[in-house]
Design a protein around this ligand. Structure first.
Ligand code: URA
Length: 209
């Protein structure tokens, strides 16, 4: 079973706590999410391969490591994934971007696909799927099912807040996919919201409520 990485860095935890506050404005919520995503990108890319290259400093030629950002794909689960995507691209600007459009049927809470677009040659690329909330796990599972059809070199899932139910569901369906999160909260409520959570991430990012 792949690991669940809870990113306990004080900066990550500090920003998450600010975001949970219902008084935080849309503007600040979005900014904090972007900053948090950049911090989480450090953790998620920790084991990415590097290549040794020559570089000429003002004093002499030396060797240094570089990452091939283009080999990385950030796959955003629409629409809330967009909030995490921007911060990840801030630190890996060369990464390619995929989109999976899923909405949650309000009655059944199942994921329904309306859009799917990934870069070509996925077999040569490491893919990081982003969505702020791992709630029922239905969207994440549906996204992984679909992305696996493109045969990526590797797959990871990044969220801001998870819950035990979502972690169990995603691990059950995709035991090979490691999960990176800033928190695993107490539980899922009857309406599919994470408790204590931070509310509807999409609405808070886009100011739609
Ligand atoms: N989606 C959200 O935006 N928030 C939750 O708590 C659960 C799912």
């Amino acid at each position: 079973m792949a690991q669940v990485h809870v990113i306990s860095h004080p900066l990550v935890q500090h920003k998450l706590t600010l975001m949970r506050n219902k008084q935080v404005s849309t503007n600040n919520f979005r900014r904090l999410l972007r900053e948090l995503a950049s911090l989480m990108a450090y953790e998620v890319t920790r084991d990415m391969p590097t290549q040794l290259v020559s570089v000429e400093t003002p004093l002499e030629i030396t060797q240094g490591q570089v990452m091939d950002g283009k080999k990385l794909v950030f796959a955003s689960i629409l629409r809330a994934g967009t909030g995490l995507l921007d911060g990840m691209l801030d630190v890996v600007p060369g990464a390619r971007v995929g989109h999976v459009g899923l909405y949650r049927d309000p009655k059944t809470l199942t994921a329904v696909e309306y859009y799917f677009k990934m870069p070509q040659d996925m077999q040569d690329r490491d893919c990081v799927v982003v969505d702020p909330m791992l709630a029922t796990g239905n969207s994440a599972i549906a996204a992984m099912d679909r992305i696996k059809e493109t045969r990526p070199k590797s797959l990871k899932f990044v969220c801001l807040v998870a819950c035990p139910e979502g972690v169990a569901a995603l691990q059950g369906a995709h035991p090979d996919v490691p999960i990176y999160t800033a928190a695993v909260d107490r539980q899922l409520n009857d309406h599919g919201y994470i408790m204590p959570g931070l509310g509807d991430a999409g609405d808070r990012i886009f100011g739609t409520k």
